[in-house]
Design a protein around this ligand. Structure first.
Ligand code: HMG
Length: 390
């Protein structure tokens, strides 16, 4: 049975911070961010936007009534949980009006877990061929003000509908995963921002890529020339660029290097303007590739490198199907351009606004721009979401 990606939806914060402005405020050379990290802008979310609103907004753009009647599992992959017990997918299931006889769970392993979610979705559909599974990667990447990680923040969700006979890509059965216990990036329950060994984390990312790729090559008898493109987890595009170059060796034909490099440029178009969205980063890179690379065609194989700190990495491949282009947005750039640009001062007050509930567990929030759904209030410690009118 052919199982894979049938639809992909995307949502990101409705405010945007320009990297040149941040560089000036931090007394840094703007080239460090735009050339050194290859980041131009990052999405910023206010207090009324969280992993639930982003996830529901992303999924609402792709689901039709038939999907909502056939989805029997909603998996939300995140490392920005809003609750230690209740899964964010339960709220999303409700907001999207998905039929009730569905399983809803949340899963975690830093930026990696959406890849595990897709594999679980595939296994579920292989046993239940008529089912549709909604996998959503949703995160808000928040580092400390003036920290090294500050320019690599971002926010967003990628919603993927998985089913048999998919319209975009088949997920192949060739996954190779690797786990190594390292402290490169982690966030204890008592901290709202992560602890990061920045340079060490980049080394772990690249070494995980190199060693997982070697194992993948040996198990799958694969060559870099088998692939029309590679997508990477993108904490910031420069690291993925280094990753791409790790896949080349002296045998790689110059022409193929050129093809993969040009596909890579297409795959970072959105990351450059959104920043790190943790679990969704790899899948935003796929969306960016599909919507911006004219050279791709059906039948092409795309290599996927997933990485989550801690660390778990995985390489697998997907195969584009006939007519995949019809499922994509013609002008997603317009959606990115509609974000409201904010000053560094506004970013600091919007992004780091505290969320104090009063003694009864109540909080009301001001009016901010959000996607289709917003967190309106907290009442007696319960989060109240609403669909925006417009
Ligand atoms: P930094 O202080 O910006 O490091 O921190 P840097 O001084 O090495 O500079 C970065 C690059 O800018 C370098 O490029 C410099 O040369 C260049 P490179 O040499 O590496 O090619 N540069 C300039 N270029 C042009 N003009 C200039 C200039 N100045 C410098 N004037 C660091 C970088 C990654 C450490 C920081 O951003 C950070 O801590 N980020 C957060 C952690 C992170 O993203 N790690 C990535 C791997 S871990 C991962 O991917 C998982 C993650 O997504 C989380 C999860 O899984 O949950 C993070």
């Amino acid at each position: 049975m052919k199982i894979g990606i049938d639809k992909i939806g995307f949502a990101t914060g409705r405010y945007v911070l320009n990297m040149d402005q941040l560089a000036i405020a931090r007394q840094t050379d703007p080239d460090k961010f735009t050339k050194g990290l290859m980041l131009d802008r990052i999405s910023i979310t206010p207090i009324t936007e969280d992993i639930v609103t982003l996830a529901a907004t992303a999924a609402e753009t792709i689901l039709d009534q038939e999907d909502k009647e056939k989805i029997d599992m909603v998996i939300l992959a995140t490392e920005s949980s809003i609750d230690q017990s209740k899964a964010a997918s339960v709220y999303v299931h409700h907001l999207l009006k998905i039929q009730p006889f569905a399983r809803s769970i949340e899963i975690k392993e830093a930026c990696y877990s959406a890849t595990a979610a897709l594999d679980y979705a595939k296994a579920h559909i292989s046993l239940n061929p008529d089912s549709r599974v909604l996998v959503i990667a949703s995160d808000i990447a928040k580092y400390g003000i003036k920290s090294a990680g500050e320019p690599t923040q971002g926010s967003g969700s990628v919603a993927i509908l998985v089913k048999a006979d998919p319209a975009i890509a088949i997920i192949n059965n060739d996954n190779v995963a690797q786990t190594r216990d390292v402290m490169d990036f982690w966030r204890p329950n008592y901290s709202s921002t992560p602890y990061v060994n920045g340079i060490f984390s980049t080394k772990q990312y690249l070494d995980s890529l190199k060693t997982t790729w070697k194992e993948y090559q040996s198990r799958q008898k694969a060559q870099v020339t088998d692939f029309a493109a590679f997508c990477f987890h993108i904490p910031f595009p420069k690291l993925a660029f280094k990753g791409l170059n790790k896949l080349f060796d002296k045998e790689t034909p110059a022409e193929h290097k050129k093809q993969l490099s040009s596909a890579f440029e297409a795959s970072i178009t959105y990351s450059r303007q959104v920043g790190n969205i943790y679990t969704g980063s790899l899948y935003m890179s796929l969306l960016s590739l599909l919507e911006n690379c004219q050279a791709l065609q059906s039948g092409d194989k795309i290599g996927m490198f997933s990485y989550g700190s801690g660390a778990v990495s995985e390489i697998y491949s997907i195969q584009l199907v006939d007519g995949y282009q019809s499922r994509l947005e013609a002008n997603r750039q317009a959606y990115l351009d509609q974000r409201q640009e904010i000053s560094v001062n506004d970013y600091e007050s919007i992004f780091y606004a505290d969320n104090p509930v009063d003694q009864e567990g109540n909080a009301r929030f001001g009016d901010y721009l959000t996607g289709t759904f917003a967190l309106k209030a907290i009442q007696e410690h319960q989060r109240i979401y609403e669909k925006n009118d417009k």
